[in-house]
Design a protein around this ligand. Structure first.
Ligand code: ATP
Length: 242
């Protein structure tokens, strides 16, 4: 049997401070190609800060992030995008006056140089073909989230960071979104998903990391997490999450 390939993303002892407050306090995680890792935890536990720090929006104050065998300290999002890392945002901000298609076209120019997806096929696969000519500012919140995913996918990422994509989607849209993420992972994409909706996490993830106060307090399958004493304490009361 061939040995398991090394993780595409390795995060070691990541620290992010805001003033004297440690939003990330020594977080470590691994993520392999084709794997979906969920990052869950109470409000303020550091999930978005983790995505922002890996994704180049915020500079880490300590620790090491290695992507595809290369340290990526302090690289800005557009540089990371060219390396194959892209993300979605909790509150997407598309170019409101540009059409859906134009928004995705602009994003595609920031891609990593590997074959970009055909934009019309991409829009169709995300159910946005009918919206392609509409100004993005006219989309509802679920459509804007989907457009945000299309924008990220247009750069052909190998690592996708997903920040609360499911919030605001109806049950049918949730199911469809979960299937899309699974299909992307099945084609080899590594996906880190921050999400509060546990049904969605259960459907899309292979593993979860439960965070509290900037640290990982559990790593493993969601079914095991819900039986873990520390996890129960954090979710059922007494959480120290900032
Ligand atoms: N730019 C910032 N300046 C100061 N404090 C910040 C900043 N960004 C985040 N924080 C603080 O860091 C902590 C972690 O925030 P973060 O948004 O990462 O948590 P989260 O787990 O994503 O929360 P939620 O589930 O509510 O989105 C919180 O206490 C937050 O107030």
């Amino acid at each position: 049997m061939s040995p398991e390939p090394p993780p595409l993303l390795e995060v070691r002892d990541l620290v992010k401070r805001f003033g004297g407050f440690r939003a990330l306090d020594g977080l470590s995680l691994d993520l392999r190609a084709g794997e979906v890792l969920g990052l869950v935890g109470p409000n303020g536990s550091g999930k978005t800060t983790c995505i922002n720090t890996i994704g180049g929006l915020q500079r880490p104050d300590g620790g090491v992030v290695t992507y595809d065998g290369r340290r990526i300290p302090g690289l800005r999002p557009h540089r990371l995008s060219r390396l194959g890392i892209n993300r979605t945002y909790q509150s997407p901000r598309p170019f409101a006056s540009l059409t859906v298609r134009e928004n995705v076209l602009v994003a595609a120019t920031e891609g990593c140089g590997s074959t970009p997806p055909d934009l019309d096929t991409l829009l169709a696969s995300l159910g946005l073909a009918g919206q392609a000519a509409r100004p993005a500012g006219e989309l509802n919140s679920a459509e804007q989230k989907t457009l945000d995913l299309a924008r990220a996918l247009a750069t052909a990422p190998r690592l996708l960071l997903v920040d609360e994509l499911a919030a605001g989607l109806n049950p049918t849209e949730l199911l469809r979104m979960a299937e899309r993420l699974r299909a992307l992972a099945d084609r080899g994409m590594a996906i880190l998903v921050v999400e509060h909706l546990m049904g969605f996490i259960e459907r899309v993830t292979d593993r979860v990391i439960v965070m509290n106060a900037g640290r990982a307090i559990f790593g493993g399958r969601l079914a095991e997490a819900v039986r873990d004493g520390d996890v129960k304490r954090v979710f059922l009361g007494g959480a120290h999450g900032g």
